[in-house]
Design a protein around this ligand. Sequence first.
Ligand code: 3DU
Length: 216
Amino acid sequence: MTLTPKSRLIIALDVTDRTEALSIAEKLGGAVDAIKVNYPLVLVCGLGIIKDIKKYANVIADFKVADIPNTNSLICRETFEAGADAIICQGFVGKDSVKACVDVANKYGREVYVVTEMSHPGALDFLQPHAFELVDLAFRAGASGIIAPATRPERLVDIRCRAGDMKILSPGVGAQGGDARKAIDAGADFVIVGRSIYNAEDPYAAAVNFIEQLRR
Ligand code: 3DU
């Protein structure tokens, strides 16, 4: 699959209970563009949870893959065999490591997204000064897109200029302080929202609320 913006909302399903995860996926799968899984869920449930969630939505595996090319290839192969539509990798390990992910993704007809500047305060320590280089690296390696921070819309504007046609997925909305609408207006194609949806009393209503903000 190729991630295409419809609702522009991706849910980060970082719950650690299988029943809860599948219940949220079933309720929200039809409304969101993708469900992102990360280590908290996969370490508890195993990689097989990807196939179960795929019944309801496209799945992005946020494994922030950051190893030598051979290990990256093996991780990507297993993740795509498990059914993931896309994988997220780190760019700071260098172009060969990212390219290894892209090569495997191309074999499976799947996508790779590269982390550039992260959304938390610690991203200023090392990542921010190199964010544009990481955008360029993602492009040169043939990635489908990048991850850039909704917590800093002013940075999103600059990163968008640098990213050309690559898609931008933007985490940090809600619990981390970012605003969904501002992130899209600044150039993101999708926002990623976790706690503000899955911790809400009514996750479906919370998701619909974000989708309405994104439609305006
Ligand atoms: O803060 P939230 O609960 O909305 O979750 C955000 C998700 O996105 C979570 O899975 C986190 O690991 C991921 N993420 C970031 O928050 C920031 C990044 O720069 C990259 C990924």
